[in-house]
Design a binder for this molecule. Structure first.
Ligand SMILES: Nc1nc2c(ncn2[C@@H]2O[C@H](COP(=O)(O)OP(=O)(O)OP(=O)(O)O)[C@@H](O)[C@H]2O)c(=O)[nH]1
Ligand SMILES: [Mg+2]
Ligand SMILES: [Zn+2]
Length: 309
């Protein structure tokens, strides 16, 4: 449970603004952590409803409302968002240095989902790290391993882990370092298990509100930020069946596919979209088998969808 005892105290500088970081959000309420590690449940002012986990905030004790109130959100370094079913943008987490994209042999990886997370990482910008968890379930000829080889060839870092056996956890911690990383990926791949493996003794904080709602403890329902022993932070996020990054315009798509970006300068036309243009280095590389045809087809599909939107 959340150690909310300190929540009952009025912070010492009751009239001045205090600073902190949002470590979890439940509807219009957030859990804010101050520099001393104290956790305070605060209400969001109406105009600050886009606050997300990882945001720096100013907050104060509002005597009239007998509670803490977030009064401002600090400028963001970046914001990971997704479009919901109606195309509305929803914030997931802010101020990220790395996207830890978690995959597993089961549930089987979805290459399209992986590509879309990578597009988001390339555009935030933030580093991308691919984690193959549950490697204890992987056979040598596992399709997940073959898929990851394709991404290693693109230059992406890959770590294999097993929270069951303790494999790869130290490597993962070293890769995250001192920044703020967010674990993303399908439900059930083991994101929360990895957070627990990285932070010995951590009992995943289950928000008072979500506990009251009677939701299962295993499926994560809201993003939550935890501190790693080496100094960095890791945000656990709810699993998504699909992920549509924000603003998939032409520029974002070209930025989002590293192998296409790398060749763009070699096309005859500087504004080449790599679709049907003559003298296109990207189409030539696909024809030679140097660019993965599945990735290129995905690029074309997204670009065509974008043009029709
Ligand atoms: N065999 C095996 N099972 C694992 C491993 N890591 C996690 N699991 C199991 O996978 C299941 C899902 O783990 P979670 O950590 O809840 O997955 P999640 O990605 O947080 O799921 P959501 O919160 O729904 O997005 C649990 O039953 C875990 O025990 C692993 O390394 N090996
Ligand atoms: Mg989880
Ligand atoms: Zn081209």
């Amino acid at each position: 449970m959340i150690p909310l005892k300190k929540d009952l105290l009025v912070p010492s500088s009751a009239d001045g603004a205090l600073s902190g970081r949002i470590v979890q959000r439940f509807g219009a309420q957030v859990l804010v952590e101050d520099a001393q590690g104290g956790l305070y449940r605060c209400t969001l002012r109406r105009r600050l409803q886009d606050a997300v986990c990882g945001d720096g905030v100013a907050w104060t004790h509002d005597a009239a409302r007998r509670g803490h109130v977030v009064t401002a959100i600090a400028p963001r370094r970046n914001l990971l968002q997704r479009a919901d079913a109606r195309g509305q943008l929803k914030g997931i987490a802010a101020n990220l240095s790395q996207l830890v994209i978690v995959l597993a042999p089961r549930p089987a990886p979805n290459p399209l989902l992986l590509d879309r997370y990578l597009i988001a990482a390339e555009n935030l910008p933030a580093q991308a790290l691919l984690v193959l968890n549950k490697c204890d379930l992987c056979s040598a000829d596992d399709a997940a391993l073959a898929l990851l080889d394709e991404y290693a060839a693109l230059g992406y870092a890959i770590v294999q882990t097993s929270t069951l056996k303790g494999t790869g956890i130290d490597t993962l911690a070293a890769r995250i370092g001192e920044g703020t990383a967010v674990c993303v990926g399908q439900s059930g791949v083991g994101k929360s298990s990895l957070v627990q493996a990285l932070i010995p003794g951590l009992e995943i904080r289950i928000g008072a509100l979500s506990a009251l709602s009677g939701e299962g403890q295993h499926t994560t329902t809201s993003a939550a930020l935890y501190h790693l022993p080496q100094g960095g932070s890791l945000i656990d996020s709810p699993g998504l069946r699909d992920f549509i990054p924000q603003g998939l315009d032409k520029a974002a798509l070209q930025q989002g596919f590293v192998e296409i970006r790398a060749l763009a300068g070699e096309c005859r036309f500087h504004n080449c979209l790599h679709l049907h243009e003559p003298g296109c280095a990207v189409q030539a590389a696909v024809a030679r088998g140097q660019i993965n045809a599945r990735r290129y087809a995905h690029y074309r599909t997204l670009l065509t969808q974008e043009a029709m939107a």
